[in-house]
Design a protein around this ligand. Structure first.
Ligand code: IMP
Ligand code: MG
Length: 177
């Protein structure tokens, strides 16, 4: 069983689905007269973006980016684009889709970058938000969670466990090594 690496299940499949429904309806209302482009940050966004988008009743576009942050030292705000958008985004309404906002560095830097490219509006939808680590208040959040390391539903530990259908807290013995 892959889930014996978990201390507990923090958010169940049903709770995730309810959050996606709620977020999808709100986004549908908010973007009725806009030109919505979802920008998913790979790879963590995949289950969330695909489930959420089914609840958004609009002719939206999906685009993806792969970015990696250089953590450690003083360069944590530096962001490297490994895969970029296929389209210009000037005058379009951007909704960045993230699995989790932790320090908020990723979101902050990408938002600045997309602003420079002339987006008309930029908001963030994140399934999870570690509120104690940032003061960003993303517009759309599924769950505010405590400062614990979580995996599942897109979130990985060393590239594994993204396929768990729920969000779980990883046992400390795994990441303390
Ligand atoms: P930020 O730039 O500090 O907000 O980092 C966001 C990124 O860090 C997320 O997109 C995840 O890839 C990763 N991350 C932060 N916290 C966790 C966690 O608890 N589990 C798995 N990945 C995490
Ligand atoms: Mg990520």
């Amino acid at each position: 069983m892959i889930n014996n690496i978990l201390e507990e299940i923090l958010i169940s499949e049903t709770e995730i689905d309810n959050a996606n429904k709620r977020l999808g309806q709100t986004i549908t209302d908010d973007y009725k007269d806009k030109d919505l482009v979802l920008i998913g940050l790979l790879k963590g966004c995949i289950p969330f973006l695909s489930d959420l988008a089914k609840y958004i009743d609009l002719p939206l576009e999906m685009q993806y980016m792969i970015v990696s942050s250089y953590h450690g030292g003083t360069t944590s705000s530096e962001l490297h684009i490994k895969y970029d958008l296929e389209i210009p985004i000037a005058n379009r309404d951007i909704l960045i889709v993230e699995d989790i906002v932790d320090t908020g560095q990723t979101i902050k830097t990408i938002t600045r970058m997309l602003k420079e490219r002339g987006a008309r509006s930029i908001e963030v939808v994140s399934l999870l938000n570690k509120t104690v680590n940032n003061d960003l208040n993303p517009k759309y959040v599924g769950f505010n969670i405590p400062n614990k390391f979580v995996v599942g539903y897109g979130l990985d530990f060393q590239e594994k466990y993204r396929n768990l259908p729920y969000i779980g807290v990883l046992k400390k013995e795994f990441y303390d090594k």
